[in-house]
Design a protein around this ligand. Sequence first.
Ligand code: AP5
Length: 216
Amino acid sequence: MIPKRITFQARIYFILNYILHGVIELGKKVVVTGVPGVGKTTVINGAMERLAAQGVSYTAVNFGTFMFDVAQKENLVSNRDEMRKLGKDAQKRLQQAAASGIAAMSGDANIIIDTHSSVKTPTGFLAGLPEWVLRELMPDLVVLVETDPDQILMRRLGDDSRVRDMEGARAITEHQEFNRAVAAAYAMYTGCTIKIVRNENFLLERGIDDLVGVLR
Ligand code: AP5
């Protein structure tokens, strides 16, 4: 069946492909998650560069950017780090808007969605991929990028372009554990697989290798 929410060009592609080959090929949808500052974007960029050299093309989208575009238009926040402090209902509405926007642009393209398994808010962990987001995205694979909490702490301290919540190694460990737990629920709901990629200091290339291995 042709997906309902895709661009006109993608719809034409599906129809032609169906007429010519009798098949409808969908692109791969991969969700890459990890606590703030673990290096999701760095690993994604490295993997995309390597895959492009091998002729495998992916488009990367940042879920937070989709949310931020809407939040800014509505004058809700002045920077992306304020979004996790918004009320639960506002964050849910922004999630919904981001999920529909991303679902509408996918289709036959391979897509990587850079986002969070859970978001730490003032009132507790908020699922990054609740049912209304999963229903739109239906990922084939969810990747958890992880490393040791002290490395994450140092990376956050070294990045002054963002407004990070200061937390210790124990809190980061707890967040990474919660991310794994909630990812299990995503696998149960969608049938996607879960891959854990380690992104350790001085071993970025190994993390990129691991991600490339599941994206190919
Ligand atoms: P987003 O922009 O995704 O926030 P983030 O996780 O803080 O993203 P960063 O880009 O800072 O971290 P990163 O893990 O990509 O690390 P990076 O590669 O830059 O989201 C913004 C907001 O949107 C969220 O706070 C939330 O409110 C909202 N949001 C998003 N998705 C949501 C969802 N599904 N539901 C609800 N809300 C959602 O690397 C960090 C640093 O580490 C860099 O300096 C880098 O050079 C360094 N580094 C990386 N790898 C290594 C390595 N191996 N060795 C040494 N240094 C390294």
